[in-house]
Design a protein around this ligand. Structure first.
Ligand code: ZN
Length: 138
């Protein structure tokens, strides 16, 4: 069995951002030489997510508004976690958007559905953070 590991680094310009990482994961798969197997992508931080959904700007705005409705960033004082930090909302947003995705690798490609794209979801950005890509197979 072959195995491939790479860390993808991000430093967003704003606190919250959604980044389509599908092309980067596809490059990782190509570099791995793996034709059949599984690709795991996970955020390595507890205030960021990796998830799969549509790359459609209206939907991305819907995610922003939905998440702000569930766990608004402000006022910071509404959260017990915000004694020393201001990112309680980001922990909650990350939890609902998920930590990781696993994508089947078939015939050397990411075996995604027609509208499926892999996203890095940043909820407490403007600092360097990572996503782990691990691909196993043969
Ligand atoms: Zn925190």
């Amino acid at each position: 069995m072959k195995s491939f590991r790479k860390e993808l680094w991000f430093e967003t310009q704003s606190r919250r951002e959604l980044i389509n990482i599908t092309p980067t994961v596809a490059e990782c798969l190509k570099a791995s030489g793996i034709r059949e197997g599984l690709a795991l992508c996970n955020a390595m931080h507890i205030t960021a997510s990796v998830f799969i959904n549509d790359d459609e700007p209206g939907l991305h705005q819907d995610f922003e508004e939905w998440l702000e409705g569930l766990a608004p960033e402000k006022p910071y004082s509404r959260y017990r976690h915000n004694g020393y930090e201001d990112n309680a909302d980001a922990h909650l947003k990350r939890t609902i958007m998920g930590r990781e995705v696993v994508v089947a690798v078939t015939d050397g490609t990411l075996d995604l559905g027609p509208w499926e794209q892999i996203f890095y979801g940043e909820f407490d950005g403007m600092r360097r953070k990572r996503v782990l890509v691990k691909i196993i197979g043969e």
